[in-house]
Design a protein. Structure first.
Length: 316
């Protein structure tokens, strides 16, 4: 039953996140909150809500290996799998704002994470962990990123995406309440099931978080990016995945480390290095080949790199 609830939890979690975002967006529009601000906060948060909820539960239960591996696994999948697969569907042009702002911030966030989880190297501390001070700093960086993004969007009058119609207030509130319930039960079932799944598959919790949990929570980003690529919405196709990487480090790990300090296992160092290399590989591909784009061949290479990472991590 626990394993069944583990897999059902992902469905409930993702549906709950969508209901919460839809209800909150409707209320935001009802009270004349800028669509730009809605897009940068409520809607953008939606892509990282599954990771956030799972990490909050994992941190509260002391399952810190799951919390960190979930973020690292999600970021690896966001770049190598989601952007790679999207480029195979249709070569993806990269917009200037993604090149000049989002990708560098994702790279900087990864480097900052690497510094913060190595307290013993940079300070007199013996234990490497993400603590409350690290979490506060991450949230400050998150606020700065949102502020800069908001200022940039304000300067572009064409950049005003619509987010659907305004629903009756009681329906919007019902969506929010149902979404919160879905997030609570979905997150609880997933974290409860990780131990049993890890025993069943002969994996430890960090490995389950790096693969199964990370892949399942990345499904919304994958679907969004593929649809965006088909519709030639290049900024959404890549920006969605990169934005999720930024939110995962600054917001998800920021909040999680406030809930409970998260020791950093040396086994996760290779995963962190893979996130860094994935960011660098994306940056290199943008400036090679024809134009500022990710070609089909480069997309295939990104998937090959991910398969190689999985083989090396678990089979090598």
């Amino acid at each position: 039953m626990t394993i069944f609830l583990f897999f059902l939890g992902f469905v409930v979690l993702i549906v709950g996140a969508n209901l919460l975002i839809e209800g909150a967006t409707s209320i935001g529009k009802r009270y004349n909150i800028s669509e730009i601000l809605i897009g940068l906060t409520i809607v953008a948060l939606g892509t990282s809500l599954p990771e956030l909820i799972i990490n909050v539960f994992a941190s509260a239960y002391g399952e810190t290996d799951l919390a960190i591996s979930n973020v690292l696994g999600s970021n690896i999948i966001n770049i190598l799998v989601i952007i790679g697969f999207t480029a195979i569907v249709r070569p993806v042009m990269i917009t200037p704002v993604t090149i000049n702002r989002d990708i560098p911030v994702s790279l900087i966030a990864t480097i900052l994470l690497g510094i913060m989880v190595h307290d013993s190297v940079f300070t007199s501390e013996r234990l490497n962990e993400l603590g409350a001070a690290d979490g506060i700093l991450f949230l400050v960086f998150m606020a700065i990123f949102l502020w800069v993004s908001f200022k940039y969007r304000q300067k572009d009058p064409q950049d005003k995406p619509g987010f659907g119609i305004i629903k009756p207030l009681w329906i919007a509130i019902g969506y929010i309440l149902a979404g919160l319930a879905g997030l609570y039960f979905g997150g609880d079932w997933i974290v409860d099931g990780v131990t049993e799944i890890s025993v069943f598959l002969g994996m430890n919790q960090s490995e389950v978080g790096l693969t199964i949990v990370a892949a399942a929570t990345s499904l919304p980003e994958l679907a969004t990016s593929i649809i965006a690529a088909i519709k030639k919405n290049n900024d959404i196709a890549v920006g969605n995945a990169i934005g999720s990487c930024i939110f995962n480090i600054f917001l998800v790990l920021g909040v999680s480390s406030l809930v409970h300090p998260m020791p950093f296992d040396s086994k996760s160092l290779g995963d962190l290095i893979t996130v860094l290399l994935a960011n660098l590989l994306l940056f290199i591909f943008i400036f090679t080949g024809k134009g500022r784009q990710i070609s089909r061949m480069e997309g295939i290479l990104m998937l090959v790199v991910y398969v190689g990472f999985i083989w090396f991590r678990f089979g090598g």
